[in-house]
Design a protein around this ligand. Structure first.
Ligand code: ZN
Ligand code: MN
Length: 503
C-alpha cells in the first residue's frame, strides 16, 4: 500500500477594472460596448511623441482598495514600462508598476468553508466572531493599463478593437494561501463585494471587469517523502465558476501526472494553461523555463507619485465597514443566519437599507425576510437597487411590524411591498385598500368555522372518526374557511378553533 497525501497550493492574480469615467493616461471614455475603435486617441493608440497624464481618481481608487486590503501604502511609487508586442498592444509596452507597487504586504479575510468539496461552497461565519474567517496574504497591488481586444470572429483574419486600451486595471497578487478551488472562489466573491462597497469597481464579470489567474501546484507526501508538482498558471478566467472548476481540474490532473511520470517542480519553471469552458479542462499553452524578459524600465514620460500623509488620510476617510465584517456583525448583533447575513450584505445599498429599516424599529429577521424574499426580487426585475424601489426604510419597518403582529400574512406583505413601490402609500393604508388585513379575531372566525362545519357534515365525520381521511378532511375544512374569508383568515387561529371543536 502506498501512503500518499497531498495539499493543494493556490495563489491568485486578479485584475480589477476601476470604474473611472476616463482612461488611465488619456481623456478617452471608458465605455463598454461602444463602436469598435471609437474611444481612442493618439495616447492610448501609442502614437510616437505623445505624453501620458495620470488619472488621479484611478490612483486614489487603487490606494483605497489597498487600504481595504490592509496593505502598506508607500509614500513613493513610480511607473514602469513592461515591454512586449501583441496586436492588441500596438505601442509595444504596457505602463505598469514593477518594483515599487502602490500597495504591498496586506491581507484579506474570506469566509471559511464548511465543506470545501461541495458543489456550491457553504460558508460559515460562525458565531459572529472571526472564527469563521480565514486570512489570505496579499503580496502586492499595483495599477496598470489594460490592452485592447483581438476579435477572431471575421473569417480568416483577426481584427483589433482598441477601445479598451488604457483602461485602468488594479492588479492584486495573493500569497499562495488558498487550498482549494472553492476557497479561490470565496476570495474572488469577497473581493468583488469589497470593490463594489468601496465604489472603485462595478466588478461586472459579464463585462470582463474582473479576471483571474490562479497559480496551482500540489505538495504530495508519499511514503514519508515530500514532492512538489510543477506550478501551472491558468490564464484569463472570467467567471467564479471557471475559477473554481479549473483549480479543481488542475488538482486532479497534477496528481495523475505525478503518479504517472513522477514529474516535480523545477525552480523557476512555470507552465501556462488555458481553460476550455465547454469541455471543462485546462489546456497546455506554453512551458517556460525562465521568466519572460519584459525589459522593465522606469517610464520616462510620467513622474513618480509621492503620497503625502494628508492625502493618504483623506483617502483613508473614504473607507467603510467592509462586507464580511458587516456580515459577521449581522450574525452577532441581529441573530441572522450566515446565509441571510450574506445575502443582505451582498450589496452596500441593501445593507444600508436593512439597517435603516432596523433603526426605524423593524424586527431584524422580519425586515431581512421582506428584503431577501420580496425586495431583492423586485429590484432584480427592475434592474435597480432595493434603495431605488421608491419604498422607504420606515414603511418596510412598519410592514415588518404588521407581519409580526399577525395583522397581515407573509404572502399579503409581499403584495403590499410591491404596491408600495407603485403608489408610495403607507403599508397600513394599502392593507386596507387591498383587503389584505388578516382576520385574527377568534370570535368572528369561530362563527365562520361553525357555519362551515354545519355545511360539511361528511368532512366533520371523517375528522372525528379519526380515519385515514382525517387529515385531508381537516385541510378541506380549513380551505373552506379561507375561501369564505377570501383568504383573509389567519390560518393559525382557524386551525386552533378547528382543533378546539373537533379535537
Ligand atoms: Zn485615449
Ligand atoms: Mn497585469
Amino acid at each position: 500500500m502506498v501512503d500518499l497525501q497531498y495539499e493543494v497550493i493556490v495563489g491568485l492574480e486578479i485584475h480589477v477594472q476601476l470604474c473611472t469615467e476616463s482612461k488611465m493616461f488619456c481623456a478617452c471614455a471608458v465605455e463598454f460596448g461602444a463602436q469598435a475603435n471609437s474611444r481612442v486617441c493618439p495616447v492610448c493608440m501609442g502614437m510616437p511623441g505623445v505624453l501620458p497624464v495620470m488619472n488621479k481618481k484611478a490612483f486614489e481608487y487603487s490606494v483605497l482598495a489597498g487600504l481595504a486590503l490592509n496593505c502598506e501604502i508607500p509614500s513613493f511609487t513610480k511607473w514602469d514600462r513592461k515591454s512586449y508586442y501583441y496586436p492588441d498592444l500596438p505601442k509595444n509596452y504596457q505602463i505598469s508598476q514593477y518594483d515599487l507597487p502602490l500597495a504591498k504586504d496586506g491581507f484579506i479575510e474570506i469566509p471559511v468553508l464548511v465543506d470545501a468539496r461541495e458543489d456550491t461552497a457553504r460558508m460559515a461565519v460562525a458565531r459572529g466572531d472571526a472564527a469563521g474567517t480565514k486570512r489570505i496574504g496579499i503580496i502586492r497591488a499595483h495599477l496598470e493599463e489594460d490592452a485592447g481586444k483581438n476579435l477572431h470572429t471575421a473569417g480568416n483574419f483577426s481584427q483589433v478593437d482598441l477601445n479598451r486600451t488604457g483602461t485602468p486595471l488594479l492588479e492584486i497578487v495573493t500569497e499562495p494561501d488558498l487550498s482549494s478551488g472553492a476557497e479561490a472562489r470565496a476570495l474572488a466573491v469577497e473581493l468583488q463585494r469589497m470593490v463594489r462597497y468601496l465604489g472603485v469597481s462595478e466588478g461586472d464579470m459579464q463585462k470582463g471587469q474582473m479576471r483571474f489567474e490562479p497559480n496551482i501546484n500540489l505538495i504530495i507526501t508519499k511514503d514519508g517523502k515530500e514532492y512538489r508538482t510543477p506550478i501551472a498558471e491558468i490564464k484569463n478566467l472570467n467567471s467564479f465558476r471557471a475559477l473554481e472548476k479549473s483549480v479543481e481540474y488542475e488538482e486532479h490532473r497534477q496528481l495523475d501526472e505525478f503518479l504517472e511520470t513522477g514529474r516535480v517542480l523545477k525552480m523557476g519553471s512555470k507552465t501556462t494553461r488555458g481553460w476550455d469552458d465547454e469541455r471543462e479542462v485546462t489546456v497546455l499553452q506554453r512551458e517556460k523555463e525562465e521568466a519572460h524578459d519584459y525589459r522593465y524600465f522606469p517610464e520616462p514620460d510620467l513622474v513618480p507619485v509621492e503620497m503625502t500623509d494628508a492625502w493618504l488620510d483623506e483617502i483613508r476617510g473614504r473607507l467603510c465597514e467592509l462586507p464580511l465584517a458587516r456580515q459577521v456583525r449581522y450574525v452577532a448583533e441581529f441573530k441572522l443566519s450566515d446565509y441571510d447575513a450574506g445575502v443582505v450584505t451582498g450589496e452596500r445599498a441593501t445593507a444600508d437599507f436593512f439597517e435603516a429599516a432596523v433603526d426605524a424599529g423593524g424586527e431584524p429577521k422580519r425586515v431581512c425576510n421582506l428584503l431577501t424574499q420580496v425586495g431583492l426580487k423586485l429590484a432584480n426585475e427592475k434592474g435597480c437597487g432595493v434603495d431605488e424601489l421608491s419604498v422607504t426604510a420606515e414603511s418596510v419597518a412598519e410592514l415588518a411590524g404588521m407581519v409580526g403582529s399577525g395583522s397581515v400574512s407573509a404572502g399579503a406583505a409581499a403584495t403590499i411591498f410591491g404596491a408600495m413601490g407603485e403608489t408610495t402609500k403607507e403599508p397600513a393604508v394599502l392593507a386596507e385598500e387591498l383587503n389584505l388585513i388578516q382576520k385574527s379575531d377568534a370570535g368572528e372566525l369561530a362563527a365562520i368555522v361553525a357555519e362551515v362545519l354545519a355545511a360539511n357534515p361528511q368532512a366533520v365525520e371523517d375528522v372525528t372518526a379519526g380515519s385515514k381521511k382525517s387529515k385531508k378532511a381537516r385541510g378541506f375544512l380549513l380551505g373552506q374557511v379561507m375561501q369564505k374569508t377570501k383568504g383573509q383568515a389567519n390560518p393559525k387561529v382557524v386551525s386552533e378553533i378547528l382543533a378546539g371543536k373537533l379535537g
